[in-house]
Design a protein around this ligand. Structure first.
Ligand SMILES: C[S@@+](CC[C@H](N)C(=O)[O-])C[C@H]1O[C@@H](n2cnc3c(N)ncnc32)[C@H](O)[C@@H]1O
Length: 239
């Protein structure tokens, strides 16, 4: 793959190409664990069960978190932000037609989003942080702090590199060797899903996003899952 892998246009193209197979691939590649991680992210959102807040799903993709979110918080509605038009299209046309009254779609670069200040009653994001570099993590956190209402909760989850975990060599073999091979064979030479190996390795243990959230007064609670294979960050906007 050539080009700047953190250029938003590059990322949008990758996910446009991934969109038709994204849902099945992410489930299969993670042996279904991703489903539980999304549920854990929703469970970490400190919102009353009867909330009627409108919140944001950042880097929403095909909206895989919405069933978890709407089951736990039946009264909420969501503004879904994603830079890939085809990920939005998959979400709207194929997967979540019956939820159209609850979901508003914004096809936009979150790092440049002009969503109004203090307009979100909560924020969630699942697996949308690793395609940002350290500078973009600072912008991500600044934007999050800006759009959240005072004291509004947020929960974010991302796959991380489980540095120091005894099973890390196997995990890396899966991400760096097995998945790229399977993708090349199954998707006729494609190398898009395989990018997760590079993005996850570069994202490391997620320190740059943790630091960025602290810098914006978002004081995240940090939870590491399965030996450090995922990072769950939750907290509230300053009151
Ligand atoms: C790995 S997918 C995660 C999708 C979904 N949240 C999930 O749980 O599976 C990452 C998503 O982030 C989106 N994305 C990446 N950079 C973005 C940006 N700057 N602004 C908005 N969306 C972005 C991509 O288009 C992609 O749909």
């Amino acid at each position: 793959m050539t080009g700047n892998i953190y250029d938003p246009a590059f990322v949008a193209d990758v996910f446009d190409r991934c969109s038709p197979a994204y849902r099945r691939w992410s489930m299969a590649a993670s042996f279904g664990v991703i489903h539980r991680w999304r549920a854990q992210c929703v469970a970490a959102l400190d919102l009353p069960r009867d909330s009627t807040a409108r919140g944001v799903d950042l880097m929403a993709g095909t909206g895989e978190i919405w069933p978890h979110l709407l089951r736990r918080f039946p009264g909420v509605s969501v503004t879904a932000i994603d830079i890939s038009p085809r990920m939005h299209a998959e979400a709207m046309e194929r997967l979540h037609r019956d939820r159209t009254d609850r979901i508003a779609h914004h096809c936009a670069n979150w790092l440049e989003s002009d969503l109004p200040d203090a307009s979100a009653g909560f924020a969630v994001s699942t697996f949308g942080l690793k395609t940002f570099d350290a500078g973009q993590h600072r912008t991500f956190a600044r934007q999050l702090a800006r759009v959240l209402e005072p004291d509004a909760p947020y929960a974010l989850i991302e796959a991380t590199d489980p540095v120091g975990w005894s099973l890390r060599p196997l995990y890396r073999l899966h991400l760096d060797g097995v998945l790229p091979l399977v993708e090349r064979i199954a998707l006729r030479g494609a190398q898009d899903f395989s990018m997760i190996g590079t993005y996850t390795r570069n994202f490391g243990t997620g320190e740059t996003v943790i630091d960025a959230l602290h810098a914006e007064g978002l004081a995240p609670k940090v939870t590491r899952l399965i030996g450090g294979c995922a990072l769950l960050l939750s907290g509230r906007a300053p009151g």
